[in-house]
Design a protein around this ligand. Sequence first.
Ligand code: 0RA
Length: 634
Amino acid sequence: MTPAKQKYTAADIQVLEGLEAVRRRPSMYIGSTDERGLHHLVYEIVDNSIDEAMAGFCDRISIVIGVDGSVTVTDNGRGIPVDKHKRTGKSALETVMTYLHAGGKFDSEAYKVSGGLHGVGAAVVNALSSEMWVEVRRNGKTHRQVYERGKAKGGLSTSSNGAKDTGTTTWFMPDTDIFEDTTFDFDTLSQRFREMAFLTKGVWIAFTDERIDHSFTYYFEGGIRSFVLRLNKDRHTYHEPFYMERSVDGAIVEVALQYNDSFNESTFSFANCIHTIDGGTHLTGFRSALTRALNEYARKAKILKDADPNLSGEDTREGLVAVVSVKLAEPQFEGQTKTRLGNAEMKGLVESALGEALSSWLEERPQDARKIIEKGLTAARAREAARKARDLVIKKGFLDDSVLPGKLADCSERNPEVRELHLVEGPSAGGTAKEGRDRRFQAILPLKGKILNVEKARPDKALAHEDIRAMITALGAGFGEDFNAEKLRYHRVIIMTDADVDGAHIRTLLMTFFFRYMPELIDGGHLYIAQPPLFRVQKGKDVRWFFSDEEKDAYVDKLKDTRGLMVQRYKGLGEMNPSQLWETTMDPAIRTVLQVTVPDVMAADRVFSELMGEDVAPRKRFIQAHYDQATLDV
Ligand code: 0RA
C-alpha cells in the first residue's frame, strides 16, 4: 500500500526559489491570512507526518498547542533527511525548510500524498512564523535547527542521543505581522485531527491544548471501515461492511460501505484526506462501479430476469452509507470552494478497482448480496409508484392551486407575505379558529389529528394521505425537488396544536413532514409554532392568561389572600371560545409564536461533521430538540 518504498536522499529535492515571495503574498500559498489560513499552517505540518505514516514508517503523531499559542508537532517516523544537498550545499533539512520546492521529486513523486496545498509544506509555514525550530532524530543523533521568519539562524546542531528512536519534531509560532489573529481554535483542530485519524488507519493522533488543559487521542484501527460503522451506529444494517484498499498506478483507492434499512444515502468522499463536498471524479467512478457490479451480479444470480430493467443508480444508493477515500500524487481541486476532485484518471481507477473487489465480495456472500439487491428492487418499485402517484395527482389537478382543499378557510388578502396559514389540530378547534381569526390575512386548515409519519413511509403513501395533500395544495409551492418557494401562497405557516402530549406529537409529525418534503420552507423562516396559553386566571373583571406554571404561580402567590380568584387550566384549544383564541394565540399584537429553525449544522456538508462529532444525533431527535430555540414576536 505504501506509495514511497524507494530510498530518498537529498538529491531528490529540487530547489526552486527562496521564501521572500511567501511573505510578500501569503494568500497565494495558504489561501488567506484569516483564521482559515492560520489553521492551514498546522495542517501543513501534520500532513507531512501523515505522509510518513502512510508510507508505513510512523504510527504516532502528537500535536500540542502551547500556553503561548505556539504549535509543536512530533512524529515517530524516519526523521527528515539531514545529509548534504547537492545543489544548495546545505543539509536536506535546511533545504526543505528554507526553499520553496514546488514540483520537485520530493513533493510529487509518490512522496507527498496527503492534503496540503500542493506540497508547499513546511517551508511556507517557516516563512510565515516569527520563530520555528525542527528537531530530527536519526541514526542515534539529534539534529536541530532554528529559523526566524523563514531564515536559518545558524547551522544544524547535532548531538548524540544514543537512543534508537527516530522521528521529527517541529515547533513554530505564527507571525503576528502576517496573521490578523494568531489564536488557534480547539474545536476546529480536533475535528480535523479526528478526520485525519479516520482516514489514516492505524495511526494514533494525540492532540493537547495546554491553554485549556484539554487533550484527545484519536485512533481508528479500521480506518474508514470504522467510520462507516459509526455512521450506521443507530441504524439497522443488512450486512457487515464491505471494505477494500488497492494501490493502483501510484494512487491509493479505499472504499467502505454498508447498507441500512433507511431510504437515505450518506456517501462521503475524500481526496488526500480532504473532504470533497462537491464530489468529483472519484465519486463518479464509485457510483458507476456500484451500479454496474450490483446489476451484473443480479443478472448472474437471476434475481433480475431477462425482461427486467436494470436498477438505476439512485435505486442502488437507497440506504447506503459509504466512504470513498483516494490518495494521489497531484490532486487537482476544482470549483469555487476547491472541494471537487478534478483528476480525470481517478474515475476509471476507482471504477475498475471497486468493480472487481465488489463483484468478488458479492459472489462470496450470496445472502448479503440478495438483501442488497432486493433493497434496490424495492426502491425501484417505490420510485415507480411515487412517479405514478405524482402523475396522477398532477392530472387530477392536485398541484393546481385553483383547486383548493374543501376544508381550507382561506383569507382575502392577496399578498403572500402577509398571509398566514394556521394548521389547527382537530375539526373542533379548527371551527373555533375559523370564527376567531382575522379573515383578511389568516387562513385556517383544520387537520384530522395525527398525520402520517413520513419518516417511515415512502412518498407514494405520504402523498395518498389526505391532510398531507391538503397542506401541499393549500401552500401551492409543490414539494420535494419541485418545491418552489416563490409560489408559496402563505409566508407564515403556523402549527397550532393542543398543549398536551398528543399536541406535541402532532407538532413533531408536522415538522418532520416539512423537514423532509419542504426543507426550504423551514430554511426560509416560514414555519412557526403557536403558543396557546395553559392557564386563565380571573380576579373580578381582570382576566389574565399564562403560558407556564411558573408564570401562573408567581401571579397567584402574589394574590394569595384575594378572594374570588378563579384559576382554570386549558388543556386544549377547543376549550377556548373564538374571541379567547384570538386574544391569546392568534392576535399578532399580543401572541407569541416560535419560529422553527434548522440551524446551519443541517447543511449537507455539516451533517458530516455532526456525525463525526462526539455526539451522534439523528436528524429526528435534532429537530425535536432545537425547534424551540428561537422565540420571536411577529
Ligand atoms: C523523505 C525521506 C525520509 C523521511 C522523510 C521524507 C520525512 C519527512 C517528514 C516530515 C515530517 N516528518 C517526516 N518524516 C519523514 C527518509 C528517507 C530515509 O530514511 O531513507
